[in-house]
Design a protein around this ligand. Sequence first.
Ligand code: ZN
Length: 312
Amino acid sequence: MLSDPTPTTRVLYLAGWGRSGSTLAESLLDQVPGLVGVGEVKFLWERGLQQNRRCSCGTSLRSCPFWVDVLTEAYGGIPGDDEVERLDAASRRFRTRHLPGLLLRSPERTDPDGLGWYYDRLRRLYAAVAAVSGARTVVDSSKFPSYLTALLQTPGLDLRVAHIVRDPRAVAYSWQRHKHDPDAPGGAQMPRMHPGFTALYWSAWNLATERIARRAGLPYLRFRYEDLVADPAGTLGAIVDLGGEPGAVLPFGADGPLVGRTHQVSGNPMRLRSAAVPLRLDDEWTTHMPPRHRYLTGAVTVPLRHRYGYRR
Ligand SMILES: [Zn+2]
C-alpha cells in the first residue's frame, strides 16, 4: 500500500467530445515506452467495479491482474461495495450537467466541496497505476471537461491536457450509426444521438475543455484526429513531448503505427480488439451522411469548426 506522501504522478489527460478518436489515440500512446493508457478512469467505479465490465485485455475488470494489482497498491485490495458506491457517487458530481457550477468554482486547490477524501483516493489511484505499470506518464482518456476539474483538485498530479478534435460532421455521423457494444450489459447498442445535439455538445465540450485548461494554466495541446491519421509520427511526437517523454520511440511497424491490446477501462469497443490493426482514416460520413444532417451539423458548429480548420 502506498504511504504518504507520494511523489508527483504525471497524468496526460485526453480530452475531447466522444467519437473523436480518443480511444485510438490512447491505444497508440499506450505503446510508447514511458506511457501507459488506462482508459476512462472516471468510469472505473461504475462500469469497472460495479458492473464488472471488461478491461480492454478481455478479462472482466475484477479479474484483470493489472487492475487488481493497481487497486491493491492504492488501497490494499479491491475496495468494498460501500466504498465503491461512495467513490461512484463522488464521480457523479462531475457530470456534464454540473459543469456550469464547476466552472464558476475557484480553481484554487482548496476543498470547497467536501471531497478532499475523494481527491486523495484519486491521487493514490494514479500513483498506483504509475507504480504497477512502471510508466512515468499515466494517460487517462476520461475526456469529460467536468472530470478534468476533479483532477485539478487532486493533489500530487502533474497534469497536462491533450485535446483531440475531429470534424463535427464525422462525429455527428458516428453518433448516428448503429453500433453494437459488446461491453454493455445485455449486449446493448452504443448510445445514439441526433446530429443537432451532437453539434451542440461538440461545441460546448470543446470550448469548456479549452477554457478549463487555459484558466488553470495547464500545459495544453490541441490536435486533430485527421492529422493523427495523416501524420501519426508528427502528431504523436508532439503529444508524447507534452506527456513528458520527448524523443521516446513511437509505435511504428513496417506498415505504419499499430494499435495493440492494453488495460483500458471503459471507452470505445475498438479497444477490445485482440489483434493489432493498422491505422486508417474513418471518413465514411463524406459519402454516407444525409445532406440535411451534414448542413445542420456544419451550421451549428460554426465558428469553432472554422477555428479548428474544418471548412470544406
Ligand atoms: Zn486488463
